[in-house]
Ligand binder design. Sequence first.
Ligand code: GTP
Ligand code: MG
Length: 266
Amino acid sequence: MKNGNDYFETLFTDMPDSLLGGSSLATMQDSLVNAVFDQSKKMIGNMVEFRELMMMYNCAMKTVKTKFDVLNTEFKVRHQRNPIKFIDTRLKRTSSIMEKMERNNITFSLENIEEHITDVAGIRVICSYLDDIYVIAKALTDQDDVTLITRKDYIANPKPNGYRSLHLIISIPVFFSEQIKQLKVEVQIRTIAMDFWASLEHQLKYKQENPNSEEISVELKECSEIISDTDTRMLKIRKKIESSSGKPTDEELLFEKLKKFDLPLE
Ligand code: GTP
Ligand code: MG
């Protein structure tokens, strides 16, 4: 069976002397093998570095998730209710990173990913009420190690299709064994109702070949307005209940304090 060297041998033996330019066959063979080896080494090195970068983004995501978990636990002990219903995290797939860079005419490199792709690490926080979104967002961005890069309020200014959410791009330091790495994380904060609308709209968007797409867009927009109205009304109901409960007596206050001891700290 022929090995790689045999093929090179044949290639160079069949080549006219003029093309070999005076170099010996062995020298040409060696330099070609070395070039291929160097190239492969570089490629493997790049793949290892890419994997490391993704690991770092994963850790950045965990760090931000912990920040939200801490805020939620604190809120629960102080106010006996969770402002956060649940948290979703996702790391952007390699193919999606590549596709986004190609779409935006950005050369694929680790430096460019860090500089231009702000949603490699994504975290979605689902809140109970409208006001919780802003309380949670402020509590996060007020932290000393959190740098706010961009803030898009699609609740105050919904997208034309009816999409609502508060989007933040933040940068945080993540502590590794030999370095502190500053990494960007995309945070989307929305209510349960907004999340319900966004996930269904996202699913529908990918269902192609719809002959009534104009009609569906109008209907989706209407649903978004109904949902927004419901969010506002639910918040009003909560506030009404809170204010109607009046000023607690000393006995009630003492009882409230006692109740807090039973709260699980999770
Ligand atoms: P990319 O879509 O990631 O290129 O971001 P962008 O620069 O347009 O930023 P934007 O803040 O508008 O959107 C970021 C993310 O929010 C998207 O990737 C979606 O997850 C979500 N999003 C934005 N618009 C919509 C929408 O109309 N519907 C749904 N379902 N999600 C949306
Ligand atoms: Mg995105």
